[in-house]
Ligand binder design. Sequence first.
Ligand code: GDP
Length: 513
Amino acid sequence: RKMLADEKDADLSSRAPVVTILGHVDHGKTTLLDAIRHTQVAEGEAGGITQHIGAYQVEHNGREITFLDTPGHAAFTAMRARGAQGADIVVLVVAVNDGVMPQTKEAINHARAAKVPIIVALNKIDRPDANPEFVKKQLGELGLVPDEWDGDTIMVPVSAKQKIGIEDLLEAILLVADSTSIRANPAGKVVGTVIEAEIDRSKGVMTTLLVQNGTLQAGDAIVAGMAGGKIRAMFDFRGKRIRKAGPSTPVQIMGLSDVPNAGDIFEVVANEKEVRAIVEERKQKEKDRKGSIKRASLEELFANFQSGTTQELKLIVKADVQGSLEPITNSLDDLNKQQSIKVSILHAETGNITESDIMLAAASDAVVIGFNVDADAAARRLAETEEVSVRVYNIIYRLIEDIEKALKGMLEPEYVEKTIGEAEILAIFQVSKLGAIAGCKVLTGEIRRNAKVHILRGEETVYSGELQSLKHGKDDVREVRKGFECGMGFKNFKDMQVGDRIICYVMEKSNVL
Ligand code: GDP
């Protein structure tokens, strides 16, 4: 995954590692975050850190570590789905009286898909029924082999409740941080990620940001997803007012006009005017996108795979029972052997398709395959908005056959755009009643009145929609062929320019479903 900002190597210096805590429910994520926070609370600072925002920093051996205080792989993956790489290191909490549970596996797969190193916190070692050796073996079977068994995963026994082993955990984090290059340019382009945002009745929109490159300053104009504004006040995680914040620093800011999404990327721009222009443009794009066809379809991913744009076909497999999950994953592995191509199963588990599966797919450009399972309503909605492909089967060989076909490039799209003609804009006319009309010459094929069009300016698509009018001379016509000139008006679009190219297309249903 590329860095948020393009920086020259020489300008980079090391920054604090950003850590997120994942694990099964009730294994102690919240308690551990509290315990870590308390290592820093000075004597007499009653009640601990006063202001609570979605991230905090601690110091260990004179070095800082940033913790994202939003535990759970859903939040972690939601960030990634929006293009942000939130955390540098994942601390996976596993309660040693309970062992590996479904969400432990999910968390491992989410961290792996993000290519983020994992440190295991073997929690609840104070419990009489603790069995850390058994849990290590379980984790080993999932490919997390403890370093004492010649593996490369650091496992730290802790008790979040009794605050045992916390310093060791911080030590381990710094060790892993040193072995990966965690750097940024404090003087570079200011970018980062939105951790969370909310509306405060008296203060307006309060946004927690993680600065990832550059130095954010009070008074800066920023754009965050589809929100933006000028920073009226900035606070550190303790609620102390600050004026500057460098890489890996979590801050809370006041001054955005809208509430951004967690995981949105923010950047500093020149001024508020630019903020408005960028936000406006993004909103328009979003509107256009919603009206267009589903882009990241299964077929398209397969097509990308075929054309070499994508080197691997990533799948998330959910099945009703273990007895069907195993033959499916085995067959997929066999496909891998036969064809010397790469099918990666990011996550395979029993149970219905959930939001977490969809987010993982969205963040990883993967496809969700279900066998005898359903997608719950929330997952369905999310799949729609995140444009994730979900395919559900009830016959194993059909599933395998489809994947096989896909790998051979034989799986046809359900719908494809078929270009039927191209034209170039030679002049723009203002016509009373109709407004701006493009005077065009048809270069190839034909332009049809009832077909759809894209308008391209260089490489960029400036409009996708429909024709409002098509005229040849003074007459309304149904089609104009190659070599002829015509006048075109577009629905809800008047900003065409001379030199723009018009692609006329129809949607074609394919022969395979
Ligand atoms: P989360 O759902 O992963 O955030 O888990 P919590 O932090 O809410 O912890 C779940 C339960 O486990 C709570 O009742 C905690 O008090 C308890 N717990 C957490 N850590 C420990 C520990 O180290 N030892 C023991 N005995 N209990 C713990």
